[in-house]
Design a protein around this ligand. Structure first.
Ligand code: CU
Length: 173
């Protein structure tokens, strides 16, 4: 007889396995999720959850330009596909540059702005984003993460600002 791992007997495990097909078919890619840049050299919504196929739109409300580049935290390799750039804006009421991307499959996508951050190798051979030397900010490197998931609980936890394209008061130098 085959051994069955104890985890499979757990009620939560069997419930989630049972629910999954329905959740995937119901969860059509809905409205986009917005990630904002302002004058602080940061991505305002540093971590967001997106459904497979759901569009994530980066909105630059900063007067300076930024890039949005995916990288692999295990290898340090940057992405050819997840590779955007957004020019600065003159301010409220003026044209605002955006960059859009979506992912078909569940997964985690780390990204950084190469203008204001660098990817550095750390002990243990992991790769992390760090503040580019000489760049001003709040101390955190200009980087973020998109978690692509079908979990409705996580998808409901995005910050309220991710539902609005233009955030009033977030134009900055
Ligand atoms: Cu930047």
């Amino acid at each position: 007889m085959l051994h069955t791992p104890p985890a499979l007997h757990h009620p939560a495990a069997s419930r989630s396995a049972f629910v999954r097909p329905a959740a995937m078919s119901v969860k059509a890619p809905g409205k986009p999720i917005y990630v904002h840049m302002n004058g602080a050299n940061m991505f305002l919504e540093r971590t967001v959850f997106a459904a497979p196929g759901q569009t994530v739109i980066f909105v630059n409300e900063d007067t300076g330009g930024h890039t949005i580049i995916g990288y692999n935290p295990v290898t340090g390799a940057t992405s050819k596909r997840f590779d955007g750039a957004v020019a600065g804006t003159k301010g409220a009421g003026h044209k605002v540059a955006t960059y859009s991307i979506s992912f078909k499959h569940q997964g985690i996508h780390d990204y950084y702005c190469s203008v204001h951050a660098i990817i550095a190798q750390e002990p243990g051979d992991r790769f992390v984003a760090k503040v580019r030397p000489g760049v001003h900010g709040f101390g955190d490197p200009m980087a973020g993460r998109i978690i692509v998931t079908t979990d409705p609980k996580l998808l409901a936890e995005n910050p309220a600002s991710t539902h609005t394209k233009i955030l009033p008061g977030y134009f900055g130098g």
